[in-house]
Write a protein of this length. Structure first.
Length: 332
């Protein structure tokens, strides 16, 4: 199969038929073999009924329905698990992403050899104060922190080589940072393509200003995990040992100073009356706790099991537990 199109959605009933027909027309004109994976993230407006009707008229339509709203990252994770295409395209269901971009995205992956091609909505039709300006600040911070030189991390329109989506773990709210996750996994051929952005035709956006706050918090998380996620002892252990040594040496200095004054006949207060004694003691305790945190992190990392972070209510043309075998990651 050439292309898998993964579309997470929440209450997008009005746009689904038009989006499906548009994608199908583009796929047929390009003579692509394809599948459309709709991931219903707990819709309450009858979106699943529309997906069921579409699947009845087109065998390429497949669907996964969650019990409730779990978030876009979980929806993408579920879609990635069952995607079968050589190239996987992700796009939003609100018609703001243009399906006519798909053939060129496919070409960049298959012919130019890129692992991931991210869309860049250079000209946007969003509110300037609530979305455009915060988005520019967010993308600037993401570039500086991650080292991935993209202008638009949060664009839903992206193309992936199948091996990429089978070898990264999308969780929490990390869908914004899939290019960073791919880079950390060893997929370094990442490109950006300017794509057309369209004004929302139906309904309203499901994201508020809080997504940017969460985005910056997630950015800190992924920065930390990319450096210390596989070796927590390197951070916590080093800090713990450093603080313990500072506290221990400080306590030793206090004790030595006390003994010197006793032997020299100078007046000396009790060690416990010296405020620096308690500072040194607290520093040693904190250092020990940090070291233990690193040690426990190593144990958890080696014993953790992977559990799905969502519950599937229903599926269409998807076998329960279906997941193609991961391809071997090629050395880059």
């Amino acid at each position: 199969m050439d292309i898998s199109i993964v579309i997470p959605l929440l209450n997008e009933r009005e746009s689904l038929r038009e989006l499906h027909d548009w994608i199908a027309a583009v796929m047929q004109s390009g003579r692509f073999s394809y599948e459309i994976l709709f991931i219903d993230d707990g819709s309450t407006d009858g979106s699943w009924d529309i997906i069921s009707e579409l699947s009845a008229g087109n065998d390429a339509v497949r669907g996964i329905r969650f019990f409730r709203n779990y978030g876009k990252s979980q929806a993408l994770h579920a879609g990635f698990r069952v995607a079968r295409g050589a190239v996987v395209i992700t796009m939003d269901a609100d018609l703001q992403d243009n399906p006519e971009e798909i053939p060129e995205l496919y070409r960049l992956v298959t012919e130019e050899g890129y692992d991931l091609v991210s869309g860049w909505k250079k000209k946007r039709y969003d509110d300037i104060l609530t979305k455009n300006i915060p988005s520019k600040l967010f993308n600037w911070a993401a570039r500086k922190t991650s080292g991935v030189k993209l202008h638009d991390f949060n664009c839903g329109l992206k193309a992936y080589r199948n091996t990429v989506i089978k070898n990264i773990e999308v969780y929490g709210e990390m869908h914004r940072y899939i290019p960073v996750l791919a880079k950390n996994a060893g997929f370094s051929r990442i490109e950006e393509k300017i794509v057309r952005h369209q004004a929302r035709k139906y309904g309203r956006t499901k994201f508020g200003i809080e997504r940017f706050i969460n985005g910056f918090l997630d950015l800190i998380t992924i920065w930390f995990l990319s450096r210390f996620g596989k070796r927590p002892m390197h951070l916590f252990g080093a800090l713990g040992v450093l603080m313990f040594l500072i506290g221990f040496l400080s306590a030793g200095f206090i004790g030595a100073d006390k003994l010197y004054k006793l032997y020299s006949g100078q007046p000396a207060i009790l060690v416990t009356q010296n405020p620096w004694f308690f500072i040194a003691l607290a520093t040693m305790i904190i250092g020990s706790q940090l070291f233990l945190a690193g040690f426990l992190g190593e144990i958890i990392l080696r014993t953790k099991t992977k559990n799905d972070r969502y519950k599937i209510f229903d599926t269409i043309n998807v076998t329960t537990g279906e997941e193609p075998e991961k391809e071997t990651v090629r050395h880059l």
